[in-house]
Write a protein that binds this ligand. Structure first.
Ligand SMILES: Cc1cc2nc3c(=O)[nH]c(=O)nc-3n(C[C@H](O)[C@H](O)[C@H](O)COP(=O)(O)O)c2cc1C
Length: 300
């Protein structure tokens, strides 16, 4: 998988750099491709809160600085690693600037996993950085936690620490089906699970759940009124496969049939049902309410 590491330490041979080097070596030994950006040596300004990215140019930051290198890497990455010295109980300012600028793309396109590397002088000073990591990355972006690694005082650069990090990097595996979130759809005594994809619309829906939608059977789908939420129009596609779920145009539609005649429809497909679950959906009455929720462990 593609791993993006943001190193927030200004010291090229410092403690954080040593942690990054060990983790990277381990990950590369397992066949992963790792890119490190040393954000302190880049020109990355703080977010201006101008909302250009949400109101004028979708997912595009108005500031043309070195984040322009990180944005494409972020959209390509399967995993992000935040590495930082602890400064005043949080991330370094330079790393925090880069993190805040992720506000423009919002949901990086492929990101599934994350890890955190922290170096400090004292022990027990990680709560601030860990809180930010858990809430802004694991919860908000629905990423799987691949570990929080810390080193205080004399632990920094120790053989034990670096060997542990190399082993952790080497143990990383590609995102697989077990790590894919599923949308739980319940109606009466029928419950099915649809595998969510990584579109912005799917990620945004995850943050809006649980909800209930009601719709009627059109003969090929259950069409339920539902607000779109955030979506990236470039991810829309023509047609659907039987069992796909659409969320666009104000509709949440369980497209259980009609694949052959679907080519002329432009859809945002966010999830897909197994054949068996797709058959179960077709046993429901002509009008049905669906409770939508998120399967564990993604429900938080
Ligand atoms: C501006 C600044 C603030 C710091 N704040 C803390 C702190 O709040 N708690 C702590 O334990 N160490 C603090 N430190 C120490 C660093 O976290 C520690 O030396 C770390 O290992 C440096 O990593 P580096 O070699 O990658 O730069 C601070 C250092 C600096 C320069």
């Amino acid at each position: 998988m593609k791993i993006l590491i943001l190193n927030g330490s200004p010291r090229p041979d410092g403690n954080t750099a040593a942690m990054v080097g060990a983790y990277k070596a381990g990950a590369e030994s397992a066949g992963h491709s790792v890119t490190v950006y040393n954000v302190c040596r880049m020109n990355i300004k703080g977010c201006l809160a101008c909302e250009y990215c949400h109101t004028k140019a979708f997912r595009t930051c108005v500031q043309k600085d070195d984040m322009q290198m990180i944005y494409p890497a972020l959209d390509e990455a399967d995993m992000i690693v935040l590495a930082s010295p602890i400064y005043y109980h949080g991330f370094s300012g330079q790393l925090q600037c880069a993190i805040n600028r992720i506000y423009a793309p919002g949901y990086p396109k492929k990101l599934r996993k994350a890890a955190l590397l922290l170096s400090s002088g004292d022990k027990g000073v990680y709560d601030g950085a860990v809180f930010a990591y858990r809430n802004s990355f694991l919860e908000y972006l629905h990423l799987e936690d691949m570990g929080i690694f810390t080193a205080a005082g004399s632990e920094n650069k120790s053989e034990e620490l670096l060997n542990g990090l190399t082993a952790a990097g080497a143990a990383l595996t590609d995102p697989d089906d077990r790590n894919v979130a599923r949308l739980v759809i319940s109606s009466g005594n029928v419950t099915v699970k649809a595998r969510l994809n990584n579109t912005m619309a799917a990620r945004d829906l995850m943050n809006r759940l649980p909800m209930t939608v009601t719709g009627v059977d059109s003969g090929i789908d259950y069409c339920c009124e539902c607000g779109d939420g955030a979506l990236d129009r470039s991810e829309m596609q023509d047609g659907w496969k039987n069992g796909d779920i659409n969320l666009s145009g104000g509709w949440f539609a369980i497209l259980y049939g009609g694949e052959e005649e679907s080519a002329s429809y432009h859809q945002m497909i966010i999830a897909h049902l197994t054949e068996e679950d797709n058959r179960l959906i077709q046993t429901l009455p002509g009008q049905a309410s669906f409770r939508l929720s998120l399967e564990e462990p993604y429900r938080r």
